[in-house]
Design a protein around this ligand. Structure first.
Ligand SMILES: [Zn+2]
Length: 429
């Protein structure tokens, strides 16, 4: 411990080292050396606790004996385990006291807790007195995560407030080539991550927790056949249950590469294959802004909140298109049958030297999809203009409904061209 307790500093003054002076306080918080020094110091305590486990007056915690576990350290936190009896507790406490005297490091009682199980109140009071710590209860939060011996309840997890999506969430998770947005489906990702834990049970015998699972649950059996009993904890039951998913995916070979488990690979397999959609390139091979591509995507699915759909949901609203005040509003009308939007699309087409023939939305989409397959500058400009025009019209429609005004169509065209300009001005190739 001398190396920790006899720190002295010397400062370079005008290039010459000053005479060394000793430090009143140890390390400053955030000093990159501190984790190493901490590990060195704790080694002292580790060895003492190791010795303790040989002492006949010390009893392991019932679920720790088979793996000879007395303590775990994580960063600067320390977890100690023993049987809830007076003798074992006082042995642990004297090991800590010895360590404190040697190192100068002290346990802060207000930040420490004792967790007890299987003892009556009287015994508990006695044990709390021995260690001079407050009694803690499960569940509690550690590094922001709720730790519990049981399955967490809904209210114990801080869930994000869910909002009604314009389209089934499952569509967002699909890969882009299948017409989705390639968002991570956390339910499936969790299943894949659980498989990684099963993989650890199967192949990572050097891990302490895996050893522990084998010592107390699987014993001499195999993880593939071990039966889940009432004694099995909720968490372990869930991990063992993923055997079924593994069988569905076709075994470890399917989800590992070069002897390593791949969550990504497992996730992909769990997602399964879907038919690819004809308009995938309009979304993937399109240089328009992501928000405009998103609106195009919703329009293609007919999922924009147009008044024809709102009326179907019994939302009170005026059916007539607010932009032209003539026909009823629908995706087909807005893009670009509406007089207002048709003039916008006509002007945009003129600027990029394409003749617009007043087609329906489906025909316009088919044209844009065909263009999106190409890689020419002109094709790129076309798909960008198409997406940005749809986005701009939708924006003006919302502006009219919610703010009572919309821009003049020629101003909207200017805005669309401004967005496409970087590609328009780039040299032809
Ligand atoms: Zn209209």
């Amino acid at each position: 411990m001398a190396c920790v307790k006899t720190v002295s500093y010397s400062i370079l003054i005008n290039g010459r080292p000053s005479p060394p002076f000793s430090a009143k306080k140890g390390l400053r918080q955030g000093d990159p050396l501190s984790p190493y020094l901490f590990a060195l110091s704790m080694e002292y305590l580790s060895r003492d606790l190791e010795e303790l486990s040989q002492n006949p007056d010390f009893n392991f915690h019932t679920k720790c004996e088979r793996v000879h576990l007395t303590h775990l350290m994580f960063a600067d936190d320390l977890l100690l385990f023993c049987r809830a009896d007076h003798s074992s507790m006082s042995k642990i406490c004297s090991a800590i006291a010895k360590f404190s005297t040697a190192s100068g490091l002290h346990i802060s009682p207000e930040k420490s807790n004792i967790y007890l199980a299987g003892v009556n109140n009287e015994e508990a009071d006695g044990l709390i007195e021995v260690c001079n710590m407050q009694l803690g209860t499960l569940p509690f939060k550690y590094l922001g995560i709720t730790l519990s011996a049981k399955k967490l309840t809904y209210s114990q997890c801080n869930t994000i407030e869910s909002k009604k999506a314009p389209i089934a969430w499952s569509r967002f998770y699909d890969p882009k080539s299948y017409g989705g947005w390639n968002l991570v489906n956390m339910t499936l990702w969790n299943k894949a991550a659980m498989l990684k834990l099963l993989w650890a049970i199967a192949y990572k015998s050097d891990r302490l927790w895996v050893n522990w699972v084998h010592a107390y649950y699987i014993k001499r059996l195999k993880y593939t056949t071990v039966s889940i009993t009432a004694n099995t904890s909720w968490l372990l039951r869930k991990i063992i249950d993923t055997r079924e998913n593994l069988n569905l995916l076709g075994g470890w070979n399917e989800v590992s590469k070069a002897g390593k488990f791949s969550i990504k690979q497992a996730y992909k397999l769990l997602q399964g294959a879907q038919p690819s959609v004809p308009w995938k390139r309009l979304i993937c091979n399109n240089h328009a802004s992501p928000k405009s591509k998103f609106i195009v995507w919703l329009a293609i699915h007919n999922r924009l909140a147009t008044t024809d759909r709102l009326i179907k949901w019994n939302v009170p609203c005026r059916a007539t298109c607010s932009l032209c005040d003539r026909d009823d509003e629908s995706v087909q009308h807005l893009f670009f049958a509406c007089a207002y939007s048709a003039s916008i699309w006509r002007m945009v087409c003129q600027i990029i030297c394409i003749t617009s023939s007043g087609d329906t939305f489906d025909q316009e989409c088919a044209k844009a999809i065909a263009k999106a397959r190409g890689s020419t500058r002109q094709a790129r400009i076309y798909t960008m203009c198409f997406s940005e025009s749809i986005y701009a019209v939708w924006g003006q429609r919302n502006n009219k409904i919610f703010n009572g005004k919309c821009l003049d169509s020629s101003q909207v065209v200017k805005d669309i061209i401004f967005r496409v300009e970087p590609v328009l001005l780039s040299s032809a190739h």
